[in-house]
Design a protein around this ligand. Structure first.
Ligand code: ATP
Length: 280
């Protein structure tokens, strides 16, 4: 099975550059900086790009401010985004003004106001608010296929035709469920299981424990793609960091399944690429 195709060359390079600047920010003389803010169930990620939309800095923090795609701790979300903004501003020696954010598919009418207020409350001017699969596709640049985003709380599915999102769904199975299954199997508490799961050294050993959850995610994918002629599945989201997840999904869905090198940063980078200087 093919795991990396040419569609991922740009994506993989961008993610590699981003991983480098998280460790060592590029302090330069950009005339403007664009920030992407990804408020997730498990992580809040900030990605900063320069005037040429190249990564210059990034930061992320494990947080419990979002559940099933909805902000449940509004004050906590503002505080963390503000802290990450300050941290990055100190590293870059500049003020970060413009930001974009994203929402899981289907939560726009309910939660877009809250996300906008979090971004503004943290001191940014908000310039774009888009749905997560559209953000991910700013990096993946897929014309036809399904983007499957397995995050912390949910699995999002977006079907694309001629580069446009034509169908979206979001189902409440994600990385949290993987951690719960590991906690049960290993008699660990949730936080221990979460850390154990994220350590790639444990992935091979965990394969048989998490296989049923991957099969459950695969059945969710099958259910949603069955009415469409989907040619391939493109995986994003932190849970797709699990070694071999793409092989099980490919087997269960009978569809070629592609995974970028680090699926966790695709959506945050896509959000940053969608940031402009035009305030909403
Ligand atoms: P959601 O999209 O559901 O709102 P989120 O945006 O926080 O959540 P991501 O940041 O894409 O989601 O992914 C977070 C999930 O990825 C967590 O469950 C985390 O445990 C998992 N994860 C992160 N790194 C790894 C890893 N190396 N191996 C396995 N799982 C990982």
């Amino acid at each position: 099975m093919q795991t990396i195709n040419s569609a991922f060359q740009y994506c993989d390079q961008l993610v590699r550059d981003f991983e480098k600047v998280i460790e060592k920010p590029i302090v330069g003389k950009s005339s403007v900086y664009y920030t992407g803010i990804d408020l997730g169930t498990a992580y809040i990620v900030l990605a900063v790009l320069d005037e040429n939309y190249q990564p210059v800095a990034g930061a992320y923090r494990f947080a419990n401010v979002v559940k099933d795609g909805m902000i449940v701790d509004y004050i906590g979300a503002i505080r963390i985004v503000k802290e990450l903004k300050q941290e990055l501003e100190e590293k870059l020696g500049t003020e970060l003004i413009y930001a974009a954010a994203a929402l899981p598919p289907g939560t726009f009418t309910l939660d877009s106001g809250a996300i906008k207020h979090v971004v503004q409350g943290a001191g940014f001017e908000i310039t774009n608010l888009l749905d997560e699969p559209t953000a991910a596709n700013a990096v993946l640049k897929i014309k036809d296929g399904a983007i499957v985003d397995i995050g912390g709380g949910t699995t999002g599915i977006a079907i694309l035709k001629d580069g446009e999102v034509i169908y979206v769904a979001d189902e409440p199975t994600g990385g949290t469920h993987f951690s719960l299954v590991i906690a049960g199997a290993y008699k660990m508490n949730f936080d221990e299981a979460e850390l154990y799961k994220r350590d790639v050294k444990n992935h091979r050993e965990l394969a048989h424990v998490v296989k049923p959850v991957i099969e459950k995610v695969s059945s969710i994918i099958n259910h949603h793609v069955s009415d469409y002629s989907v040619e391939g599945i493109y995986l994003v989201g932190g849970t797709c960091c699990l070694e071999g997840i793409e092989d099980i999904i490919a087997k269960q869905t009978h569809l070629p399944t592609y995974k970028p090198q680090n699926p966790m940063f695709v959506t945050p980078l896509g959000i940053a690429l969608s940031c402009t200087q035009e305030i909403l």
